[in-house]
Design a protein around this ligand. Structure first.
Ligand code: GLU
Length: 484
């Protein structure tokens, strides 16, 4: 039987990094099997939490990440509909709930809030059970009469009062709970909508899900779900509960804490490929110490056995470095196509943007770092002669002045202003002057950019600025040193 996994987000407005990591792992697990199927299911039965536009955010994110689903609301498939609210309309959850009642796995409940609270309080005294419903003892006949008479009801799961329930989780191993600790949770609400507690089981079964991949907050409820599978005599799926993605040692990454969503990361100039690459490894480690993986390479390398149980801390610094590796790994044409608009933000002048891109590529770790690095092309900034003081380069304003004068006269004579000629001309100067390369090229770079650090060195920048502008800036900088 081929693997079928699903990503089952609730459209509540925001693509949480933890959610995206779950989606990615579910995708990888499906795609590891050449026949595997990855499904998108929209869980929108909690009508109070729905946020308009949230479903589009889900589609857009999956698309940007290349996590294409084989079945889902927009692409269809044999076990639809793939939106829970549409499934509600067909009455299927109610039908299955009635069947579950007949099988003794659920019961009608007519209690009001107050009665439930009271029952919970009483139970708390004499057992661990968080809630045993007084209505569970009504005969089916009696209950049916009250339903037929139009009394409002919910349907609750019936949990055995004794014994334990066990299951094997692929990540957390064997989990055993006392049935007495399990809630007789609502399966069908009074408005006829199923809760997650019920819909997830029915849908995963009807959609033929073989591997349930989801956050570990569902780990403790899974025994309850398995009791439902058992009551229906259905085969249970494999479970892969994912450790949380953390902000720090104590708190989970979350919207409430203002932590970044996928959309925020895109706006900050990260690449979807790099984000996926990085988050794949939040809680999973590949063999060896390779860091950079494309999505296809992740499919190849992924192994559920290497998912850890501990929460993994989302480290923006690490993400930034992975993003930088991705950017530097691109061929220049691809890179240029990607970054041209970011360069254009800062550079309006008539410069060779592709050459600028080549310099930027060696330096920028995110797309949003690009524009601020390039402000010196359009406007020669004012700067202090102090910038020429550099211990490592063994330069100071005095050395700079003599170097710049040499540069000035050498550059003036150049007829063909291209990289090779510039290189040849400038590299001849240190030997001639009896100084180190850095003692000429470092001051020159500062003198024509006005900045401590720049994408690209003196020769690249001079080439891009052109002869006239380079000499103009050199003159200004020499003058500024002479006026000191
Ligand atoms: N709708 C649930 C959520 O957003 C899905 C959990 C699951 O994958 O079963 O957390």
């Amino acid at each position: 039987m081929s693997i079928r996994t699903r990503f089952a987000p609730s459209p509540t407005g925001y693509m949480h990094i933890g959610n995206l990591r779950t989606a990615l792992w579910a995708y990888l697990i499906a795609k590891k099997d050449p026949e595997g199927v990855f499904i998108l299911r929209i869980e929108d039965t909690d009508q109070g939490r729905l946020v308009e536009g949230a479903t589009d955010i889900i589609y857009d994110t999956m698309k940007q990440c290349g996590l294409s689903h084989d079945e889902g609301p927009d692409v269809g498939g044999p076990v639809g509909p793939y939106v829970q609210s549409e499934r509600v309309k067909s009455g299927l959850y109610m039908d299955y709930a009635r069947e579950l009642i007949r099988r003794g796995g659920a019961h009608y409940c007519f209690c009001d809030e107050e009665t439930i609270e009271k029952a919970k309080a009483e139970n708390a005294d004499d057992s661990n059970r968080s809630y045993a419903d007084p209505c569970r003892n009504l005969s089916l006949e009696e209950a049916q009469k009250r339903v037929d008479a139009g009394e409002p009801f919910v349907i609750r799961q019936t949990i055995p009062q004794e014994g334990t329930t066990s299951f094997d989780d692929e990540v957390f191993g064997t989990i055993t709970v006392d049935n007495s600790t399990l809630d007789e949770a609502v399966l069908i609400k009074s408005d006829g909508f199923p809760t997650y507690n019920f819909a997830n089981v029915i849908d995963d079964h009807l959609m033929g899900i073989t591997d349930v991949v989801r956050g570990m907050e569902y780990l403790s409820s899974t025994p309850k779900y398995n009791l439902i599978y058992d009551a229906f005599d259905w085969e249970k799926p494999r479970y892969i509960h994912c450790p949380p993605v953390m902000k720090d040692e104590h708190s989970k990454l979350s919207k409430r804490n203002g932590d970044a969503s996928f959309q925020d990361l895109m706006a900050k100039g990260y690449l979807p490929e790099a984000v996926l690459n990085y988050i794949a490894m939040l809680g999973w480690s590949p063999e060896g110490n390779r860091e950079i993986f494309t999505l296809d390479e992740l499919v190849e390398a992924f192994n559920v056995k290497h998912i850890g149980q501990n929460g993994a801390i989302f480290d923006p610094v690490k993400l930034t470095s992975v993003n930088g590796l991705w950017l530097r790994g691109m061929d220049l044409d691809t890179y240029f196509r990607l970054v041209e608009p970011y360069i254009r933000e800062a550079v309006k002048g008539d410069y060779d943007l592709k050459k600028i891109a080549a310099g930027v590529q060696q330096r920028a770790n995110t797309l949003s770092e690009i524009a601020p690095m390039l402000d010196f092309y359009d406007t020669f900034p004012s700067f202090s002669n102090d910038l020429y003081n550099n211990k490592k380069m063994k330069t100071n304003p005095e050395i700079a002045l003599s170097a710049l004068k040499e540069c000035r006269s050498a550059l003036e004579g150049i007829q063909s202003w291209d990289f090779d000629t510039l290189h040849e001309t400038l590299m001849a100067l240190p030997a001639k002057m009896g100084v180190k390369n850095g003692q000429v090229l470092f001051p020159l770079r500062i003198a024509i950019s006005g900045k401590q650090s720049t994408p690209g060195g003196a020769i690249e920048i001079a080439e891009i600025l052109g002869k006239e502008e380079t000499l103009r800036r050199l003159d200004l900088s020499i003058q500024q040193l002479e006026n000191e």
